[in-house]
Design a protein around this ligand. Structure first.
Ligand code: ZN
Length: 319
């Protein structure tokens, strides 16, 4: 993908294209933004820019280096993903440090992408800081993180921080329609709205089936009503596999909860689950469940451990 094709974030795109045009990329870059806002995509574009050998606008997207970068097989682009265990450990950072001083194989520059640095521990960050303090020549470092606040101030101050924001719902719909031309436009719009314009989440939900998330949300609601805790625990357990899927299930649960609140005050609603819940629960209980779901959705945006989150969610929904 080229920078011009990246959705929304006009300010960042302008800033970055100016930096690229002037050939003045800072040697360390931090890209921060919520899950699904395109941090990895921007990191890939910058990496491609660094290795591109076109004498016109870079990245050109067609030279040998660009093509390899797009296929993620460029020998001078290195990935270390914090989601894989020990990828960002002190030892791994030390390996990166010694390899960074070796000249590139094919491209004019070497690029190190440190992805998902959210849980990078202080000793590893300090080891990384040593590289930033005496950066090797012709090496670009790019870190991605949900919030740059999880990084040490010393690392932040030696890097340029770029912040990404979710796109407008219309942008998400436009891009999702391109990727899923066979899908019903009203379904795409519904999902983009539930995802609040978050493109990554919209695409993933379309791929995984938003219907699956909606079905599980209904199932969880129905289980809250049951006398045994087991069915609820079993349904909620399905959220541990994937954070984005869990987020979309909670978004659907928020919608159902809003319907329940409406039904509890006698308003007409279409959701059968909401009607059943309103019949069986007191208004206070429904309000409490609804508030807990909204709170749970916020908690999910932090780096909470999914297993602990599910156990906690089960207990607050039952309480
Ligand atoms: Zn190129």
């Amino acid at each position: 993908m080229l920078l011009s094709e990246f959705a929304a974030n006009a300010e960042l795109k302008y800033e970055l294209s100016e930096i690229m045009r002037k050939n003045s990329l800072p040697h360390a870059i931090i890209i921060e933004g919520a899950e699904g806002t395109g941090k990895k995509t921007i990191a890939d574009i910058i990496a491609q820019y660094c290795v591109c050998t076109s004498d016109k606008q870079r990245p050109c997207g067609v030279c040998k280096n660009c093509v390899k970068a797009q296929d993620h097989i460029h020998p001078d682009i290195f990935y270390a993903d914090g989601q894989q265990s020990k990828a960002l450990s002190v030892d791994s950072i030390r390996t990166i440090r010694s390899s960074a001083y070796i000249v590139p194989n094919e491209a004019p520059m070497k690029v190190y992408l440190l992805l998902n640095c959210d849980k990078m521990l202080a000793p590893a960050q300090n080891a990384f800081l040593k590289i930033l303090e005496e950066p090797p020549k012709n090496v670009q470092f790019i870190m991605t993180v949900k919030s740059s606040a999880s990084l040490l101030q010393t690392v932040r101050s030696r890097s340029r921080i770029f912040s990404l924001f979710p796109a407008e719902i219309d942008d998400a719909v436009r891009i999702a329609t391109k990727s899923f031309p066979e899908r019903d436009i009203s379904e795409i719009k519904d999902i983009a709205e539930v995802c609040d314009g978050n493109i990554g989440m919209t695409l993933q939900m379309l791929e995984n089936g938003g219907q699956e998330a909606q079905k599980l949300a209904e199932e969880i609601f129905a289980s809250i009503l049951l006398p045994s805790e087991y069915p609820l625990l079993k349904s909620i357990q399905q959220l541990t596999s994937d954070r984005i899927f869990a987020a979309s299930v909670l978004d659907f649960m928020t919608e159902i909860a809003a319907e329940c609140v409406k039904a509890s005050v006698g308003a007409e609603v279409s959701s059968k689950t909401a009607i059943t819940v309103a019949e069986r629960y007191s208004k206070n209980r429904i309000f409490a469940v609804s508030e807990n779901i909204i709170y749970a959705r916020k908690v999910l945006n932090t780096n909470v451990n999914l297993n602990l989150f599910c156990t906690w969610l089960c207990s607050v929904l039952r309480s």
